[in-house]
Write a new protein. Structure first.
Length: 160
C-alpha cells in the first residue's frame, strides 16, 4: 500500500497553521465613533380598559377620532336596547309533537317564554372640543351592565 492512500482526504482541505487566508487587508486608521442614538420616546402606559373602539390608559384616551388626555373627560352611557318576551322554538316543537299524544297538556308548552335583548349601548367620551361616540351591541342584559361598569371605571380614572 502506498503512503498517500493511508492519508485522510479531509486533511488536505484543512487550513495550514500560520497561513493567512487571502482577502482584503484590514483597514487601519482612527477609531470610528459609536453612532449617536436618540433617546427613545416615552411609551404610553398600558391600556386599562377597552370600551368598544375606545381604549383608556391611566393618562390617555385613544379613539379613532383622536387621542386626548383622560383628565377632564366626561363619559356618557345611554341604553338603547329593548327586552321582549317570545315563545322559544323548543316549546313550539314540543307543543306540535305532543299534540298527537296529549292534546290539552301539550298546549302548556306554549306558556314557556324567553327574554330576548336587542339593541346597543351608546358610549360618548368628550374632552373640550373633542368627542367620540361608539355603539356596543347588547345580546344579554349582563352585556349592558358590563359596558356601564367599564364606563364607570373610566370615570374613576378621569376623576384622579
Amino acid at each position: 500500500m502506498v503512503d498517500w492512500e493511508k492519508r485522510d482526504p479531509m486533511d488536505d482541505t484543512a487550513p495550514l497553521a500560520g497561513v493567512v487566508p487571502p482577502g482584503p487587508p484590514p483597514v487601519l486608521g482612527p477609531p470610528v465613533p459609536a453612532p449617536v442614538t436618540q433617546p427613545l420616546p416615552v411609551q404610553p402606559g398600558p391600556v386599562l380598559v377597552h370600551i368598544g373602539e375606545i381604549q383608556v390608559s391611566a393618562d390617555t384616551v385613544y379613539t379613532p377620532s383622536g387621542v386626548f388626555p383622560v383628565a377632564g373627560t366626561t363619559w356618557y352611557a345611554q341604553d338603547q336596547w329593548t327586552m321582549t318576551q317570545k315563545i322559544p322554538t323548543w316549546a313550539i316543537v314540543c307543543a306540535v309533537v305532543g299534540f298527537c299524544v296529549l292534546t290539552v297538556f301539550s298546549l302548556l308548552f306554549l306558556l314557556a317564554k324567553e327574554s330576548v335583548v336587542t339593541g346597543a349601548v351608546a358610549v360618548t367620551v368628550t374632552n373640550g372640543t373633542q368627542s367620540h361616540t361608539t355603539y356596543l351591541p347588547v345580546g344579554h342584559q349582563l352585556h349592558a351592565v358590563d359596558v356601564h361598569n367599564r364606563v364607570n371605571y373610566a370615570r374613576g380614572l378621569a376623576a384622579r
